[in-house]
Write a protein that binds this ligand. Sequence first.
Ligand SMILES: [Zn+2]
Length: 499
Amino acid sequence: MTKRPRVAVGGIVHETHSFAETPTTLADFKKQSLHVGADLLETMTGTRSGIGGMIDAAIIRGWDLVPTLYAAAMPSGIVSDEAYQTMLTQLLSTLSNALPIDGLLLALHGAMVTENELDVESDILAKVRDVIDNDSPIVVELDMHGNISSRTTELADVLVAFDTNPHIDPYARGQESTAILESLISNEIHPTTAYVAVPIILAPQATGTSGLPLKAVHDRVAAMEAESYVVCISVMAGFAYADTPFTGTSIIVTTDDRPDLARDYAQELADIFLQNYGHALPDFLSPDQAVQQALALTGKPIILVDSADNIGGGTPGDGTDALKAMLAHDVQEGTVVLADAEAVNTCWEVGINKTVTLAVGAKTDKWHGSPITVTGIVKTLSEGIFECELPDNHFAAFYGNTIKMGRSAWLRVQGVNIILTTHKTPPFDLAQLRGIGLIPEEQKMIAVKSAVAYRAAYLPIAAHIIEMDTAGLCSANLSRFPYRHVDSERLKGDKNDAH
Ligand SMILES: [Zn+2]
Protein backbone atom coordinates (compact mmCIF):
# COMPACT_ATOMS: atom_id res chain seq x y z
CA MET A 1 0.00 0.00 0.00
CA THR A 2 1.46 3.31 -0.99
CA LYS A 3 -0.81 5.80 0.76
CA ARG A 4 -2.54 5.88 4.12
CA PRO A 5 -6.08 4.44 3.65
CA ARG A 6 -8.97 6.78 4.40
CA VAL A 7 -11.74 4.70 5.97
CA ALA A 8 -15.17 5.65 7.28
CA VAL A 9 -16.70 3.92 10.32
CA GLY A 10 -20.22 3.83 11.75
CA GLY A 11 -23.29 1.71 12.36
CA ILE A 12 -26.86 1.34 13.51
CA VAL A 13 -27.55 -1.55 15.89
CA HIS A 14 -30.92 -2.84 17.04
CA GLU A 15 -32.44 -6.25 17.75
CA THR A 16 -36.16 -5.75 17.18
CA HIS A 17 -38.94 -7.72 18.87
CA SER A 18 -41.87 -7.36 16.42
CA PHE A 19 -44.44 -8.35 19.05
CA ALA A 20 -43.34 -6.01 21.85
CA GLU A 21 -45.99 -3.35 22.28
CA THR A 22 -43.80 -0.32 22.93
CA PRO A 23 -42.16 1.14 19.80
CA THR A 24 -38.47 2.04 19.86
CA THR A 25 -37.84 5.77 19.39
CA LEU A 26 -34.86 8.06 18.94
CA ALA A 27 -34.94 8.68 22.70
CA ASP A 28 -34.24 4.97 23.26
CA PHE A 29 -31.10 5.19 21.13
CA LYS A 30 -30.03 8.41 22.91
CA LYS A 31 -30.45 6.60 26.25
CA GLN A 32 -27.79 4.02 25.26
CA SER A 33 -25.52 5.13 22.41
CA LEU A 34 -26.05 7.76 19.72
CA HIS A 35 -22.87 9.44 18.55
CA VAL A 36 -22.10 11.49 15.45
CA GLY A 37 -18.73 12.59 14.06
CA ALA A 38 -15.91 13.28 16.53
CA ASP A 39 -18.19 12.25 19.43
CA LEU A 40 -18.27 8.71 17.99
CA LEU A 41 -14.49 8.31 18.22
CA GLU A 42 -14.30 10.01 21.62
CA THR A 43 -16.96 7.73 23.09
CA MET A 44 -16.41 4.35 21.45
CA THR A 45 -12.58 4.24 21.12
CA GLY A 46 -11.14 1.99 23.80
CA THR A 47 -14.46 0.25 24.55
CA ARG A 48 -14.82 -3.52 24.15
CA SER A 49 -17.61 -3.04 21.62
CA GLY A 50 -17.60 -4.33 18.06
CA ILE A 51 -17.02 -0.84 16.72
CA GLY A 52 -14.35 -0.30 19.41
CA GLY A 53 -12.44 -3.28 17.97
CA MET A 54 -12.74 -1.84 14.45
CA ILE A 55 -11.47 1.56 15.60
CA ASP A 56 -8.54 0.24 17.67
CA ALA A 57 -7.36 -1.97 14.79
CA ALA A 58 -7.59 0.97 12.37
CA ILE A 59 -5.64 3.26 14.71
CA ILE A 60 -2.87 0.66 15.07
CA ARG A 61 -2.61 0.59 11.26
CA GLY A 62 -2.30 4.36 11.15
CA TRP A 63 -5.41 4.79 9.01
CA ASP A 64 -7.14 8.09 8.42
CA LEU A 65 -10.37 7.17 10.21
CA VAL A 66 -13.52 9.22 9.52
CA PRO A 67 -16.39 8.78 12.01
CA THR A 68 -19.98 8.92 10.71
CA LEU A 69 -22.84 7.89 13.05
CA TYR A 70 -23.04 5.07 15.59
CA ALA A 71 -26.34 4.24 17.28
CA ALA A 72 -27.35 1.30 19.47
CA ALA A 73 -30.47 0.82 21.60
CA MET A 74 -31.54 -1.92 24.01
CA PRO A 75 -33.54 -4.67 22.23
CA SER A 76 -37.20 -3.62 22.16
CA GLY A 77 -40.22 -3.09 19.90
CA ILE A 78 -40.38 -2.04 16.24
CA VAL A 79 -38.22 1.00 15.52
CA SER A 80 -40.15 4.12 14.48
CA ASP A 81 -39.52 5.29 10.95
CA GLU A 82 -38.79 8.74 12.29
CA ALA A 83 -35.94 7.38 14.43
CA TYR A 84 -34.57 5.25 11.60
CA GLN A 85 -34.72 7.98 8.96
CA THR A 86 -33.13 10.52 11.31
CA MET A 87 -30.20 8.20 12.06
CA LEU A 88 -29.83 7.02 8.47
CA THR A 89 -29.82 10.59 7.16
CA GLN A 90 -27.04 11.52 9.59
CA LEU A 91 -25.07 8.42 8.69
CA LEU A 92 -25.35 9.18 4.98
CA SER A 93 -24.60 12.91 5.25
CA THR A 94 -21.51 12.37 7.40
CA LEU A 95 -20.42 9.63 5.00
CA SER A 96 -20.94 11.94 2.04
CA ASN A 97 -18.79 14.61 3.72
CA ALA A 98 -16.07 12.01 4.29
CA LEU A 99 -15.63 11.24 0.58
CA PRO A 100 -13.47 10.14 -1.07
CA ILE A 101 -12.82 7.03 1.02
CA ASP A 102 -10.98 3.76 0.42
CA GLY A 103 -13.37 1.63 2.47
CA LEU A 104 -16.14 1.50 5.05
CA LEU A 105 -16.50 -0.37 8.35
CA LEU A 106 -20.08 -0.81 9.56
CA ALA A 107 -21.41 -2.29 12.80
CA LEU A 108 -24.98 -3.54 12.30
CA HIS A 109 -27.08 -6.13 14.13
CA GLY A 110 -28.98 -8.08 11.50
CA ALA A 111 -32.38 -8.27 13.23
CA MET A 112 -33.54 -4.65 13.02
CA VAL A 113 -37.10 -3.93 11.84
CA THR A 114 -38.78 -0.56 11.37
CA GLU A 115 -42.40 0.40 10.73
CA ASN A 116 -41.86 0.35 6.96
CA GLU A 117 -38.72 -1.72 6.45
CA LEU A 118 -38.29 -5.44 7.13
CA ASP A 119 -34.74 -5.66 5.72
CA VAL A 120 -33.09 -2.71 7.43
CA GLU A 121 -29.50 -3.92 7.02
CA SER A 122 -29.95 -4.23 3.24
CA ASP A 123 -31.59 -0.82 3.13
CA ILE A 124 -28.65 0.75 4.98
CA LEU A 125 -26.14 -0.98 2.72
CA ALA A 126 -27.96 -0.03 -0.50
CA LYS A 127 -28.15 3.64 0.50
CA VAL A 128 -24.55 3.65 1.65
CA ARG A 129 -23.50 2.17 -1.71
CA ASP A 130 -25.39 4.98 -3.48
CA VAL A 131 -23.47 7.59 -1.49
CA ILE A 132 -20.07 6.00 -1.98
CA ASP A 133 -20.81 5.56 -5.68
CA ASN A 134 -17.78 3.43 -6.35
CA ASP A 135 -16.47 -0.03 -5.57
CA SER A 136 -14.96 0.85 -2.22
CA PRO A 137 -15.13 -2.25 -0.05
CA ILE A 138 -17.59 -2.48 2.85
CA VAL A 139 -17.02 -4.87 5.76
CA VAL A 140 -19.94 -5.34 8.16
CA GLU A 141 -19.85 -6.78 11.66
CA LEU A 142 -23.09 -8.51 12.72
CA ASP A 143 -24.56 -10.00 15.87
CA MET A 144 -24.95 -13.77 15.31
CA HIS A 145 -28.65 -13.29 16.17
CA GLY A 146 -29.20 -11.48 12.86
CA ASN A 147 -31.80 -12.67 10.34
CA ILE A 148 -29.88 -12.17 7.13
CA SER A 149 -31.34 -11.94 3.63
CA SER A 150 -29.38 -12.96 0.56
CA ARG A 151 -29.58 -9.29 -0.52
CA THR A 152 -27.48 -8.24 2.49
CA THR A 153 -24.78 -10.73 1.51
CA GLU A 154 -24.74 -9.25 -2.01
CA LEU A 155 -24.50 -5.63 -0.85
CA ALA A 156 -21.63 -6.12 1.61
CA ASP A 157 -18.18 -7.31 0.55
CA VAL A 158 -17.66 -9.37 3.71
CA LEU A 159 -19.94 -10.04 6.69
CA VAL A 160 -18.29 -10.89 10.02
CA ALA A 161 -20.64 -12.22 12.73
CA PHE A 162 -19.90 -12.83 16.40
CA ASP A 163 -18.89 -16.47 16.93
CA THR A 164 -20.00 -16.63 20.56
CA ASN A 165 -23.15 -16.52 22.67
CA PRO A 166 -22.81 -15.19 25.36
CA HIS A 167 -21.18 -12.59 23.10
CA ILE A 168 -17.61 -12.38 24.34
CA ASP A 169 -15.94 -11.75 20.96
CA PRO A 170 -17.52 -8.63 19.41
CA TYR A 171 -14.31 -6.65 20.00
CA ALA A 172 -12.20 -9.39 18.38
CA ARG A 173 -14.62 -9.61 15.43
CA GLY A 174 -14.33 -5.82 15.08
CA GLN A 175 -10.55 -6.16 14.85
CA GLU A 176 -11.01 -8.98 12.34
CA SER A 177 -13.33 -6.77 10.25
CA THR A 178 -10.60 -4.13 10.00
CA ALA A 179 -7.99 -6.75 9.06
CA ILE A 180 -10.27 -8.06 6.30
CA LEU A 181 -10.90 -4.52 5.04
CA GLU A 182 -7.13 -4.01 4.87
CA SER A 183 -6.70 -6.99 2.55
CA LEU A 184 -9.63 -5.77 0.43
CA ILE A 185 -8.20 -2.26 0.07
CA SER A 186 -4.83 -3.66 -0.97
CA ASN A 187 -6.49 -6.10 -3.41
CA GLU A 188 -4.90 -9.09 -1.69
CA ILE A 189 -8.21 -10.97 -1.70
CA HIS A 190 -11.20 -11.20 -4.03
CA PRO A 191 -14.11 -12.28 -1.86
CA THR A 192 -16.95 -14.45 -3.06
CA THR A 193 -19.80 -15.29 -0.71
CA ALA A 194 -22.24 -18.21 -0.48
CA TYR A 195 -25.43 -18.03 1.55
CA VAL A 196 -27.63 -20.91 2.72
CA ALA A 197 -30.91 -20.31 4.57
CA VAL A 198 -31.40 -23.18 7.03
CA PRO A 199 -35.10 -24.16 7.29
CA ILE A 200 -35.25 -23.57 11.05
CA ILE A 201 -36.19 -20.72 13.38
CA LEU A 202 -34.42 -21.26 16.71
CA ALA A 203 -35.78 -19.96 20.00
CA PRO A 204 -33.07 -17.82 21.68
CA GLN A 205 -32.85 -20.40 24.50
CA ALA A 206 -31.29 -22.75 21.91
CA THR A 207 -28.69 -20.32 20.55
CA GLY A 208 -25.86 -20.77 23.05
CA THR A 209 -22.59 -21.63 21.32
CA SER A 210 -21.44 -24.04 24.03
CA GLY A 211 -24.39 -26.37 23.32
CA LEU A 212 -25.96 -28.10 20.34
CA PRO A 213 -26.65 -27.40 17.58
CA LEU A 214 -24.31 -24.39 17.28
CA LYS A 215 -21.30 -25.98 18.98
CA ALA A 216 -21.13 -28.74 16.37
CA VAL A 217 -21.27 -26.16 13.58
CA HIS A 218 -18.60 -23.95 15.14
CA ASP A 219 -16.27 -26.91 15.70
CA ARG A 220 -16.27 -27.49 11.94
CA VAL A 221 -16.08 -23.73 11.23
CA ALA A 222 -12.86 -23.51 13.23
CA ALA A 223 -11.22 -26.09 10.97
CA MET A 224 -12.53 -24.43 7.81
CA GLU A 225 -11.39 -20.95 8.87
CA ALA A 226 -7.89 -22.27 9.43
CA GLU A 227 -7.66 -22.78 5.64
CA SER A 228 -5.99 -19.83 3.95
CA TYR A 229 -8.59 -19.31 1.20
CA VAL A 230 -11.48 -19.07 3.68
CA VAL A 231 -11.93 -15.37 4.47
CA CYS A 232 -14.75 -15.58 7.02
CA ILE A 233 -17.67 -17.81 8.04
CA SER A 234 -20.73 -16.42 9.80
CA VAL A 235 -23.11 -18.79 11.55
CA MET A 236 -26.28 -16.77 11.97
CA ALA A 237 -28.50 -18.29 14.67
CA GLY A 238 -31.23 -15.77 13.82
CA PHE A 239 -33.68 -13.95 16.07
CA ALA A 240 -37.09 -15.61 16.32
CA TYR A 241 -39.12 -12.56 17.38
CA ALA A 242 -38.20 -10.26 14.51
CA ASP A 243 -41.04 -11.05 12.10
CA THR A 244 -39.51 -10.90 8.59
CA PRO A 245 -39.50 -13.13 5.48
CA PHE A 246 -35.87 -14.14 6.17
CA THR A 247 -36.14 -14.77 9.92
CA GLY A 248 -34.19 -17.88 10.86
CA THR A 249 -30.81 -19.53 10.84
CA SER A 250 -28.41 -18.99 7.95
CA ILE A 251 -24.82 -19.81 7.02
CA ILE A 252 -22.63 -17.28 5.21
CA VAL A 253 -19.25 -18.40 3.85
CA THR A 254 -16.82 -16.02 2.15
CA THR A 255 -13.78 -17.41 0.34
CA ASP A 256 -10.98 -15.78 -1.61
CA ASP A 257 -12.17 -16.24 -5.19
CA ARG A 258 -13.39 -19.84 -4.74
CA PRO A 259 -17.17 -19.75 -5.25
CA ASP A 260 -17.57 -23.55 -5.40
CA LEU A 261 -15.76 -24.02 -2.13
CA ALA A 262 -17.89 -21.31 -0.48
CA ARG A 263 -21.06 -23.06 -1.65
CA ASP A 264 -19.88 -26.52 -0.56
CA TYR A 265 -18.81 -25.32 2.88
CA ALA A 266 -22.03 -23.38 3.46
CA GLN A 267 -24.10 -26.46 2.59
CA GLU A 268 -21.92 -28.73 4.75
CA LEU A 269 -22.37 -26.42 7.74
CA ALA A 270 -26.14 -26.22 7.16
CA ASP A 271 -26.22 -30.04 7.13
CA ILE A 272 -24.23 -30.25 10.37
CA PHE A 273 -26.69 -27.82 11.95
CA LEU A 274 -29.68 -29.94 10.90
CA GLN A 275 -28.04 -33.18 12.08
CA ASN A 276 -27.49 -31.69 15.54
CA TYR A 277 -30.79 -29.94 15.87
CA GLY A 278 -33.52 -31.58 17.97
CA HIS A 279 -32.51 -31.41 21.61
CA ALA A 280 -31.74 -27.74 21.50
CA LEU A 281 -34.08 -26.58 24.27
CA PRO A 282 -33.72 -27.24 28.01
CA ASP A 283 -36.51 -28.61 30.25
CA PHE A 284 -38.57 -25.86 31.84
CA LEU A 285 -40.13 -25.97 35.34
CA SER A 286 -43.04 -23.84 36.52
CA PRO A 287 -41.84 -20.95 38.74
CA ASP A 288 -43.31 -22.70 41.81
CA GLN A 289 -41.53 -25.96 41.03
CA ALA A 290 -38.32 -24.07 40.27
CA VAL A 291 -38.33 -22.23 43.61
CA GLN A 292 -39.16 -25.44 45.51
CA GLN A 293 -36.33 -27.27 43.79
CA ALA A 294 -33.93 -24.42 44.55
CA LEU A 295 -34.91 -24.48 48.22
CA ALA A 296 -34.19 -28.22 48.35
CA LEU A 297 -30.72 -27.86 46.81
CA THR A 298 -27.60 -27.02 48.76
CA GLY A 299 -25.22 -24.29 47.66
CA LYS A 300 -25.80 -20.74 46.51
CA PRO A 301 -26.64 -18.81 44.50
CA ILE A 302 -29.06 -20.90 42.47
CA ILE A 303 -29.91 -19.16 39.22
CA LEU A 304 -33.56 -19.22 38.15
CA VAL A 305 -33.66 -18.45 34.45
CA ASP A 306 -36.63 -16.28 33.46
CA SER A 307 -35.95 -16.57 29.75
CA ALA A 308 -39.46 -15.59 28.61
CA ASP A 309 -38.77 -12.11 30.04
CA ASN A 310 -35.39 -11.95 28.28
CA ILE A 311 -34.52 -8.25 28.26
CA GLY A 312 -31.74 -8.89 25.75
CA GLY A 313 -34.48 -10.24 23.46
CA GLY A 314 -36.59 -7.09 23.73
CA THR A 315 -38.97 -7.71 26.66
CA PRO A 316 -39.90 -5.03 29.26
CA GLY A 317 -38.00 -6.73 32.10
CA ASP A 318 -40.89 -6.37 34.54
CA GLY A 319 -42.30 -9.93 34.61
CA THR A 320 -43.43 -10.93 38.10
CA ASP A 321 -43.74 -14.74 37.93
CA ALA A 322 -40.45 -15.45 39.72
CA LEU A 323 -41.09 -12.82 42.41
CA LYS A 324 -44.56 -14.23 43.05
CA ALA A 325 -43.15 -17.73 43.54
CA MET A 326 -40.35 -16.55 45.85
CA LEU A 327 -42.79 -14.64 48.07
CA ALA A 328 -45.22 -17.57 48.12
CA HIS A 329 -42.48 -19.91 49.35
CA ASP A 330 -41.06 -17.38 51.84
CA VAL A 331 -37.61 -17.49 50.28
CA GLN A 332 -34.83 -15.96 52.38
CA GLU A 333 -32.24 -14.11 50.27
CA GLY A 334 -33.91 -14.35 46.91
CA THR A 335 -33.25 -11.61 44.37
CA VAL A 336 -35.35 -10.30 41.50
CA VAL A 337 -34.60 -7.26 39.31
CA LEU A 338 -37.61 -5.42 37.88
CA ALA A 339 -37.78 -2.43 35.56
CA ASP A 340 -40.44 -0.21 37.13
CA ALA A 341 -39.86 3.55 37.00
CA GLU A 342 -43.05 4.29 38.94
CA ALA A 343 -42.04 2.03 41.85
CA VAL A 344 -38.54 3.55 41.83
CA ASN A 345 -40.06 7.03 42.19
CA THR A 346 -42.19 5.89 45.11
CA CYS A 347 -39.14 4.44 46.89
CA TRP A 348 -37.17 7.65 46.30
CA GLU A 349 -40.09 9.67 47.73
CA VAL A 350 -40.34 7.64 50.95
CA GLY A 351 -36.56 7.37 51.46
CA ILE A 352 -34.05 4.88 52.89
CA ASN A 353 -35.06 2.65 55.83
CA LYS A 354 -38.72 3.61 55.43
CA THR A 355 -41.53 1.08 54.99
CA VAL A 356 -43.63 1.35 51.88
CA THR A 357 -46.58 -0.50 50.32
CA LEU A 358 -46.72 -0.40 46.53
CA ALA A 359 -47.46 -2.40 43.39
CA VAL A 360 -44.39 -3.64 41.50
CA GLY A 361 -43.86 -5.04 38.02
CA ALA A 362 -45.96 -6.13 35.04
CA LYS A 363 -47.06 -2.60 34.16
CA THR A 364 -45.88 -2.47 30.53
CA ASP A 365 -48.11 -5.05 28.85
CA LYS A 366 -50.21 -8.13 29.48
CA TRP A 367 -47.52 -10.65 28.57
CA HIS A 368 -45.55 -10.64 31.82
CA GLY A 369 -47.87 -11.56 34.70
CA SER A 370 -49.66 -9.01 36.87
CA PRO A 371 -48.42 -6.32 39.28
CA ILE A 372 -47.80 -7.58 42.84
CA THR A 373 -48.63 -5.39 45.83
CA VAL A 374 -45.87 -5.71 48.43
CA THR A 375 -44.88 -4.06 51.69
CA GLY A 376 -41.17 -3.70 52.29
CA ILE A 377 -38.29 -1.55 53.50
CA VAL A 378 -36.25 0.65 51.18
CA LYS A 379 -32.67 -0.55 51.81
CA THR A 380 -30.74 1.62 49.35
CA LEU A 381 -31.29 4.20 46.64
CA SER A 382 -28.90 4.62 43.73
CA GLU A 383 -28.41 6.63 40.52
CA GLY A 384 -28.01 3.24 38.81
CA ILE A 385 -24.72 3.82 36.99
CA PHE A 386 -22.17 1.02 37.06
CA GLU A 387 -18.91 -0.03 35.41
CA CYS A 388 -18.97 -3.63 34.14
CA GLU A 389 -16.72 -6.13 35.96
CA LEU A 390 -16.37 -8.28 32.84
CA PRO A 391 -14.33 -6.64 30.08
CA ASP A 392 -16.18 -8.55 27.35
CA ASN A 393 -19.93 -8.86 27.85
CA HIS A 394 -23.21 -8.15 26.07
CA PHE A 395 -23.35 -4.57 27.33
CA ALA A 396 -19.84 -3.78 26.16
CA ALA A 397 -20.53 -5.36 22.77
CA PHE A 398 -22.86 -2.53 21.81
CA TYR A 399 -22.75 0.35 24.29
CA GLY A 400 -19.34 0.38 25.97
CA ASN A 401 -18.61 -0.53 29.60
CA THR A 402 -20.49 2.13 31.59
CA ILE A 403 -24.15 1.19 32.06
CA LYS A 404 -26.94 3.52 33.12
CA MET A 405 -30.06 1.82 34.46
CA GLY A 406 -31.48 5.11 35.74
CA ARG A 407 -32.48 5.82 39.34
CA SER A 408 -32.81 2.53 41.18
CA ALA A 409 -33.89 1.18 44.56
CA TRP A 410 -33.36 -1.93 46.65
CA LEU A 411 -36.63 -2.90 48.29
CA ARG A 412 -36.59 -5.72 50.85
CA VAL A 413 -39.88 -7.65 51.14
CA GLN A 414 -39.91 -10.50 53.67
CA GLY A 415 -36.65 -12.23 52.71
CA VAL A 416 -36.77 -11.19 49.08
CA ASN A 417 -34.60 -8.44 47.60
CA ILE A 418 -36.36 -6.58 44.79
CA ILE A 419 -34.05 -4.37 42.75
CA LEU A 420 -36.14 -1.75 40.98
CA THR A 421 -34.61 0.12 38.01
CA THR A 422 -35.88 2.99 35.88
CA HIS A 423 -34.56 1.56 32.60
CA LYS A 424 -34.75 -2.15 31.90
CA THR A 425 -31.27 -3.59 32.36
CA PRO A 426 -30.38 -7.21 31.56
CA PRO A 427 -28.28 -9.43 33.90
CA PHE A 428 -25.06 -9.27 31.91
CA ASP A 429 -22.73 -8.19 34.71
CA LEU A 430 -22.63 -8.67 38.50
CA ALA A 431 -21.76 -5.00 39.00
CA GLN A 432 -25.46 -4.35 38.42
CA LEU A 433 -26.21 -5.93 41.83
CA ARG A 434 -23.03 -4.98 43.65
CA GLY A 435 -23.47 -1.33 42.60
CA ILE A 436 -26.66 -1.16 44.62
CA GLY A 437 -25.17 -2.89 47.65
CA LEU A 438 -26.31 -6.46 47.08
CA ILE A 439 -23.77 -9.31 47.19
CA PRO A 440 -24.78 -11.87 44.54
CA GLU A 441 -22.69 -14.69 46.08
CA GLU A 442 -24.73 -14.45 49.31
CA GLN A 443 -28.12 -14.91 47.64
CA LYS A 444 -29.86 -18.27 47.92
CA MET A 445 -31.44 -17.72 44.53
CA ILE A 446 -31.36 -15.04 41.83
CA ALA A 447 -33.87 -14.76 39.00
CA VAL A 448 -32.23 -13.60 35.75
CA LYS A 449 -34.23 -12.16 32.85
CA SER A 450 -32.12 -13.60 30.05
CA ALA A 451 -31.92 -16.69 27.84
CA VAL A 452 -28.19 -17.36 27.41
CA ALA A 453 -26.26 -14.10 27.84
CA TYR A 454 -26.48 -14.15 31.67
CA ARG A 455 -24.09 -17.12 31.69
CA ALA A 456 -20.94 -15.04 31.20
CA ALA A 457 -21.50 -13.27 34.52
CA TYR A 458 -23.49 -15.84 36.53
CA LEU A 459 -22.08 -19.28 35.62
CA PRO A 460 -18.80 -18.60 37.48
CA ILE A 461 -20.71 -18.08 40.76
CA ALA A 462 -23.75 -20.33 40.23
CA ALA A 463 -24.32 -23.43 42.39
CA HIS A 464 -27.11 -24.64 40.07
CA ILE A 465 -29.13 -23.41 37.10
CA ILE A 466 -32.90 -23.97 36.85
CA GLU A 467 -34.88 -23.01 33.75
CA MET A 468 -38.38 -21.63 34.37
CA ASP A 469 -41.45 -21.65 32.14
CA THR A 470 -42.63 -18.11 32.81
CA ALA A 471 -45.03 -15.79 30.98
CA GLY A 472 -43.37 -13.50 28.48
CA LEU A 473 -42.63 -12.15 25.05
CA CYS A 474 -39.54 -14.33 24.71
CA SER A 475 -41.25 -17.64 25.36
CA ALA A 476 -39.51 -20.59 23.69
CA ASN A 477 -42.91 -21.67 22.41
CA LEU A 478 -42.94 -19.83 19.08
CA SER A 479 -46.48 -20.96 18.27
CA ARG A 480 -47.67 -18.30 20.78
CA PHE A 481 -46.76 -15.45 18.40
CA PRO A 482 -48.98 -13.93 15.67
CA TYR A 483 -46.42 -14.06 12.85
CA ARG A 484 -47.28 -12.32 9.57
CA HIS A 485 -44.08 -12.39 7.54
CA VAL A 486 -41.99 -15.43 8.45
CA ASP A 487 -41.55 -18.41 6.13
CA SER A 488 -44.05 -20.86 7.64
CA GLU A 489 -41.91 -23.85 6.62
CA ARG A 490 -39.02 -22.50 8.69
CA LEU A 491 -41.36 -21.90 11.62
CA LYS A 492 -42.59 -25.49 11.38
CA GLY A 493 -38.95 -26.51 11.55
CA ASP A 494 -39.11 -25.55 15.22
CA LYS A 495 -39.91 -28.94 16.75
CA ASN A 496 -40.16 -27.61 20.26
CA ASP A 497 -43.84 -26.64 20.34
CA ALA A 498 -44.36 -28.91 23.33
CA HIS A 499 -42.74 -26.33 25.63
ZN1 LIG B 1 -27.04 -11.40 20.06
